[in-house]
Ligand binder design. Structure first.
Ligand SMILES: [Zn+2]
Length: 153
C-alpha cells in the first residue's frame, strides 16, 4: 500500500518547470501548432482520495522553441500525481507550459471520469468531466475555436 501511494503522489517531489526546461530551437522555422493528444491521465481527487482517470490533450503555438513531446506527458504526470481537482490540474498544466516555453498560445483539455462519482454517491458510470484552459493567443474566441477543432480531430 505504501509503495502504491508513493507512486500516486510522486508528483510532489517533481518540479514541473524543470521538466520543460530543456527546449530545442532547431525547428527549421516551424511555427505552427504542436499538439499531443490522448495523453493518459491518472490522478487522485483531493476531496475523496478517489481515482481520476482519463486523457489530456495539449496544444501550443511555439515561439521559436519547442520541447520534447515526452516532456509534455511527464508534465501531466508530475502535476497529476498529487491530490488534485481537475479544474486546477488543467490550469496548472497550462501555466507551466506558458511559464517555461513562453509560447504564443497554450490550450489544454482534460477529459476524465471520477471514481468518487462512478462508484459511490450518485453512481454515474461513464460520465466524463471536461475542463479546458487557454493562455495567450488562445484566449481570443477565433483562435480558441481553431485550436479546439484541431484538438477534436
Ligand atoms: Zn472526488
Amino acid at each position: 500500500m505504501v509503495r502504491a501511494y508513493e507512486e500516486w503522489f510522486a508528483g510532489y517531489a517533481q518540479d514541473p518547470g524543470a521538466i520543460l526546461r530543456r527546449t530545442f530551437g532547431e525547428t527549421g522555422g516551424y511555427d505552427e501548432l504542436v499538439l499531443l493528444r490522448d495523453i493518459p491521465l491518472e490522478s487522485v481527487c483531493e476531496h475523496h482520495m478517489a481515482a481520476i482517470s482519463g486523457v489530456a490533450h495539449i496544444a501550443y503555438l511555439p515561439r521559436e522553441r519547442v520541447v520534447g513531446i515526452s516532456k509534455l506527458a511527464r508534465l501531466v504526470d508530475a502535476l497529476a500525481h498529487r491530490l488534485q481537482i481537475q479544474e486546477r490540474l488543467t490550469a496548472e498544466i497550462a501555466d507551466a507550459i506558458e511559464a517555461e516555453l513562453e509560447p504564443r498560445g497554450v490550450a489544454v483539455v482534460l477529459q476524465a471520469s471520477h471514481a468518487c462519482m462512478s462508484s459511490r454517491g450518485v453512481r454515474k458510470h461513464g460520465s466524463a468531466l471536461v475542463t479546458r484552459a487557454f493562455r495567450g493567443l488562445y484566449t481570443a474566441p477565433g483562435a480558441r475555436r481553431e485550436v479546439l477543432e484541431a484538438l477534436d480531430h
